[in-house]
Structures are given as C-alpha cells and as structure tokens.
Design a binder for this molecule. Structure first.
Ligand SMILES: [Zn+2]
Length: 113
C-alpha cells in the first residue's frame, strides 16, 4: 500500500498518509498542527531496507545537532546501536523484523504496487 510519511515544516512532526491518487499528496495537512507545509520523507519501509548499513556506520559518540533528535528514525537507530554496543538482547520480535527486511518479505507485505 502506498503509505507515505510527511514531515511538517512548521512543527517538525511526522504525518503518515495513504496516497491513492498523486493529486491527494498536495492536499495532505499536518495531523498535529494543521499546516499544509509538508515535505515527503522516506517511508519506514524504505528505511528498513538500508538500516543494517546505516547501523553499521552509525557512531553513537559523534556530535549531533538538534535536528538529529527531531527525526524519530534517528532515535530508533541510535537506540538499536547503543543496545548492540551494550550487548543487550533486543528480543525475537526485533530479529523477525530484521529478517523480514533482509529477505525482502516486508516489501511483499507492505510494498507499493
Ligand atoms: Zn505541523
């Protein structure tokens, strides 16, 4: 299904929307503040495809500015990397998601068609 995520230029929060017709994309409003100034960002599913690579290159000790923390995807990445560094067990559910992303099955379940 064509689910896209948009980041609000005003409040910086993310709105997810199901886009059935290209025209609808310009009519999306921020679900948090009602702004129409939205910018499309990578979907969670596209992000999962490259997460392993990003995780590998991710440096949890590198300095970051405020914009880093406003992107929830970066927070998730940071948390996973830190958990790995600390040797934490992320559990079978995490492994399943990674495996589904790795094999491309997650794209069959959620992919655009
Ligand atoms: Zn907003």
């Amino acid at each position: 299904m064509p689910i896209y995520e948009f980041q609000c230029e005003d409040c910086r929060r993310v709105t997810s929307a199901l886009i059935l017709k290209p025209r609808e994309e310009s009519e999306i409003l921020c679900e948090h503040c009602g702004s129409s100034r939205l910018r499309r960002i990578l979907s969670r599913f596209a992000y999962h495809k490259t997460e392993a690579q990003r995780l590998k290159e991710f440096d949890t000790r590198a300095p970051r500015d405020d914009s880093f923390y406003k992107d929830s995807r970066n927070i998730g990445l940071w948390a996973k990397k830190r958990a790995q560094e600390l040797g934490a067990d992320l559990g079978p559910q995490f492994d399943e998601v990674v495996e589904r992303a790795r094999t491309g099955k997650i794209l069959e379940d959620y992919g655009d068609s």
